[in-house]
Design a protein around this ligand. Sequence first.
Ligand code: ADP
Length: 623
Amino acid sequence: MAKQVQSFNAEIKQLLDIVIHSLYSHKEIFLRELLSNASDAIDKLKFQSLTHPSLLPSDWQPTIRLSPDASTKTLKIIDNGIGMTQEEVVEFIGTIARSGAKAFMQMNAEMKTKPELIGQFGVGFYSAFMVADKVTLHTQKAGSNDGTVWESQGDGTYSLESVPRPEGTGTTITLHLKEFQEEEEVQNFTDAWVLKSLVKKYSDFIAHPIKMKGEKEDETLNSQKALWLKSPSEISKEEYKEFYQHLTHDWNDPLRTVHYKAEGTMEFNALLYLPGKKPWNYNMRDMEYGLSLYIKRVFIMSDCKDLLPSYLRFVKGLVDSSDLSLNVSRELLQQDRQVSQIRKNVTNKVLGTLKDLLSKERTAYEDFWTEFGATLKEGLPSDSSNKEKLQDLILFHSTSSDKMTTLEEYVTRMKETQKDIYYITGDSLSQVHNSPYLEKLKEKGFEVLLLVDPVDEWVVSSLTEFKGKKLQSITREGLDLDTEEEKQKKAEEKKQAEDTLKPVLDSMKKALADDVKDVVLSDRLTQTPACLVSSSQDPSAHMQKLMSQMGKEYSTPVKRILEINPKHPVFSKMLKASEEQQKKWAEILYAQALLTEGSSLPDPVKFSQQVAELMVQAAEGQH
Ligand code: ADP
């Protein structure tokens, strides 16, 4: 194929513009990014050769090489990894929009001061343009006899040409280094000493040798030590942190590091990290999660989902097993008994670490909870074997204070006359905080948990009890708040109200027959005239709303019960109204109850007309 010139897509153009013109500090991180790509490429080739041994040349030794040349002002980074086909070059380095490039652009104000963040976005290759005004990439895919030369000056276009790579499989990246002014304090990247110290600083953990020609013979610049195989007492905090950055490209400190060796029925080493902050693509569809898997120090794969339940998908790190067979494939891993034992063990360890954090460092735990609490909660409906542990780890908002609370703490604050643990679900704290369903509980001084994460509905459907106390929704029928004594006292009053208001109840039932199951008196409310409650077996209104947002409507709409507050003056007035008026008022009260619980109105226009009509009538009545 003759040489052809193509344009970068708009996002990559903008990205390059920022990289070239706005990133001033830490330019040296380009080396870390390119070395990490080279190392990944070797890992990929090694993994593929497990099933396709013919991909490896006979005397293949994984090597990354740095080749600086001061006379031409170039630096080459050479690997004998998997290489890329021409299509892959175009896809990975060229034109196809990658979500990371977009996210990087959106963050660019912050990026300008923190160029070291670029690697997180999966666009690390472009950091080469911080130090080079021309980049040439020559690559050849394992198994192919043809190579590709890609070249660009970062100015909006790149060229492509088919040329076999003399060294065969692998990739050579040549950086034509920029001229820097003295005052810019940019290091000389053709200087052996500079390169050596950068490799030590950023890439010492890379598992393959990074070589450079020394005065007499080749020198290996990195120690290649597998950090996770050392004893924790020999590892400094700084080393753990650097390894975390190497693994995740996250420049922030991890919140916690968990490093241990499992012994007994199965043996493995694990080095796990709880990140402090969500990565930019957390919970996005293309987010990968899982631990890296090594078998006897050989890298098998990154993002191995079988090693981590999805509700712990924020955990980063690796597992190195000495028991698994090297001939594993992704499909086989899923069924492997040892793999599921490792997952169980890792899960226990992480939950134990969180428990420890909660009891010893509450503020740090609360920070963790803000980032990842909603994810961890998914474990309750999905992992019944760890229910006991998970229920102790949940934090809830509550009516008692702005601080979040555990269930244990809630129980210690329960009033003597309080039977159950009360909660309400809804869309937002502000909505549930003012909910009329809280009226009577406030009066009694009972604390209510405020559940506003979508996942909470599933949490409470699997967590129905805590230490012998029932979790009771305050938007369900039969909310039993009074003591026997109080009930006896109120019985007479209730009987009387029922007798007097019977005609109102009857006409409301008739008017709302299509909308509600029943209309009953209630003492749940103190100021609000009416509210809707769900039967104990039915899904809550909030659950129905969530399901419908997910495109899952219930086949027959679930009707609820309208509870009315007999002490509210509207009902004694209603007694005297005509049947026609009673019907209208019933409809308005029902609509108000829908709004109160956070539902939308089936016919908002009708409702506003009815209210306007009432206003006119009220005004006329006053004259
Ligand atoms: P990231 O490495 O985070 O995915 P990069 O922009 O650094 O993002 O690289 C994009 C892709 O290009 C890589 O995922 C990889 O598939 C490919 N790539 C980059 N460098 C090499 C290399 N030396 N050998 C083989 N493939 C490479």
